[in-house]
Design a protein around this ligand. Structure first.
Ligand code: CA
Length: 226
């Protein structure tokens, strides 16, 4: 899951980035509103953490409004130093999904992030389930047919992305956009290699069960729940 942090205070931006990365998210940080707006508009992020007061031609409220006008529905958590009722209403009216008042605790931020990322899917609790596969994004555990599977960090993030979109064709571009961050220079081959790693762990040891990862040649991959 990729998160964009738009925050001009370097200390806060760094702390949020570090903390979210420890939780397994991929994080890009930008420090002014213009760069922030263009990143938010042009890249595929799963969530945006947006400071309300920013240098540049827009404030956080305006970024929200303009993104929503462009039909970009990426969930947005707004960070605000002020906490009056009026400010909260402004933030939510502008199209933000949630807001946090500075100073905030990191646990609260991650709880909100998790809640928002979960919102469109009708999952029960926090554990993702597809067929006989389960993934627990809080304890970083994966099981298939009740057997524990050990994944590397990258494999875990890749599988989590698939599990949020079961039975859909996932292209290599989608994988690159959602599973690697802007700094990474990823080749198409790299994706094949990682899909291979997942198959080795999820499908190969379970020969009696139906393979979960299917290739749609020329299109991409499907995590099949049927
Ligand atoms: Ca600020």
């Amino acid at each position: 899951m990729r998160i964009l942090v738009i925050e001009d205070e370097p200390k806060i931006a760094q702390a949020v980035k570090k903390g979210l990365e420890i939780k397994g998210y991929l994080v890009d940080t930008v420090f002014d509103s213009d760069t922030g707006y263009s990143y938010a508009k042009d890249s595929a992020y799963d969530l945006i953490v947006l400071d309300r007061m920013l240098p540049g031609s827009r404030d956080g409220i305006k970024i929200c409004q303009d993104l929503r006008k462009e039909n970009i529905s990426t969930p947005i958590i707004m960070l605000t130093a002020r906490g009056t009722i009026g400010d909260r209403v402004d933030g939510l009216n502008s199209g933000a999904d949630d807001y946090l008042i500075k100073p905030f605790s990191f646990d609260e931020l991650t709880a909100r992030v998790r809640a928002l990322l979960r919102r469109p899917k009708q999952s029960v609790g926090t554990i993702l389930k597809v067929a006989d596969l389960t993934l627990d994004p809080i304890n970083y555990t994966v099981t298939r047919a009740n057997k524990k599977i050990l994944l590397t960090n990258k494999e875990f993030v890749l599988l989590e992305y698939f599990m949020h979109h079961p039975n859909q064709v996932i292209t290599k571009e989608m994988i690159i956009n959602h599973v690697w961050n802007e700094e990474a220079d990823v080749l198409m081959n790299t994706i094949e290699v990682y899909i291979g790693y997942l198959r080795n762990k999820l499908d190969r040891p379970f020969k009696k069960l139906k393979p979960l990862i299917e290739t749609r040649r020329g299109f991409g991959y499907i995590l099949n729940s049927k």
